[in-house]
Design a protein around this ligand. Structure first.
Ligand SMILES: [Zn+2]
Ligand SMILES: [Zn+2]
Length: 323
């Protein structure tokens, strides 16, 4: 048995008093010694947590024992090290920030794209009238995506609703959406249906489940994940690398954060350039006084960012409005 496991899951299911739920849930996770990131909203749960196999098992049993989350599907990965350094469980307005003015308009529990299991997705994806749509952001699809997928030039899923307008020409085709673990597709496909796309499907369980059940066939590059691993390989049938080093253009799947914490750019860089630039995106960042020490991974524990007056005043304003 592996030393640790990392779980990825979501569940769209109404939660009353979600803020209180988030607090209690955090305590519970801490009591099990789990590390990770969980988002709780009135619409459900979304999380990635890492811990010992025993802790993970206890966690999954606890979640499944709650009738609201009985149908939650966990994607379980064996890992050598814990994938997080802290345990966060936070309340937010949505479990995936879609930026829809009225998130209630889109309710995956009421209407969403037809779920395709990995094997069915594989069988269908190359048919003539099918379009594979990647609903993820640039930094994700840059490092890996399905062969022939339509990708969107977005920095955040929030921008997805705007981008749908550019997809008008695909109306009439079968749209197969996919994302990392399936959670974004629940909303993305729901939105496509609302916008008049008629035949909309979604890859159930996302790329991660597709990697386990369809061996990742025709997925080019690696899958971006939201933890210390940064990317994970999913394709054991016909793997390729699609991303290139920002500095020299060589093929690489290694993603790092710029060692200059003020820049912190998230990009692909090959090992040679990494050592050459000491983990920075540029010479300017390399000589920055606050530059962090590069250990070859390009991953840094989050450091407090310099005070951003604008952000703080916005936050204060938000609080005032809430009260
Ligand atoms: Zn390079
Ligand atoms: Zn930089």
């Amino acid at each position: 048995m592996a030393q640790y496991q990392t779980l990825l899951y979501y569940c769209y299911s109404p939660i009353e008093n979600a803020e209180k739920f988030a607090e209690d849930h955090l305590e519970f996770c801490k009591s099990l010694g789990l590390l990770g990131r969980i988002i709780v909203a009135e619409e459900g749960l979304n999380g990635t947590v890492s811990g010992t196999p025993e802790a993970c098992k206890a966690y999954m049993e606890h979640v499944h024992a709650d009738p609201r989350f009985a149908k939650t599907e966990f994607k379980v990965d064996d890992v050598e090290e814990l994938s997080f350094i802290k345990m966060h469980c936070r309340y937010k307005e949505e479990i995936v920030h879609s930026g829809l003015r009225n998130p209630a308009e889109i309710d995956p529990n009421k209407q969403t794209g037809k779920h395709l299991e990995p094997k069915d997705f594989l069988a269908m994806k190359d048919q003539e009238d099918v379009v594979i749509l990647d609903v993820r952001s640039n930094y994700e699809h840059n490092v890996g995506r399905f062969k022939n997928a339509v990708t969107l030039d977005i920095e955040n899923f929030r921008e997805f609703p705007e981008k749908v307008k550019e997809l008008e020409h695909l109306k009439g085709k079968k749209i197969l959406t996919y994302c990392t673990g399936g959670i974004k597709c629940e909303k993305a496909s729901a939105l496509l249906l609302k916008e008049g796309f008629e035949d909309v499907y979604q890859l159930h369980g996302g790329i991660i489940k597709y990697g386990k059940e369809a061996a990742g066939e025709d997925f080019e590059g690696e899958c971006y994940v939201f933890d210390n691993r940064v990317t994970v390989p999913v394709n054991s049938v016909n793997p390729t690398v699609v991303s290139t080093c920002k500095n020299c253009g060589k093929i690489t799947s290694k993603m790092i954060n710029c060692a200059n914490p003020i820049c912190n750019e998230h990009f692909t860089q090959c090992d040679e350039c990494g050592w050459e630039l000491d983990g920075c995106c540029s010479d300017a960042c390399k000589s920055h006084p606050k530059k962090r020490e590069y250990d070859g991974t390009g991953y840094y524990v989050k450091v407090p960012q310099p005070v951003n007056i604008e952000k703080i005043s916005k936050r204060k304003h938000k609080k005032l409005v809430k009260n």
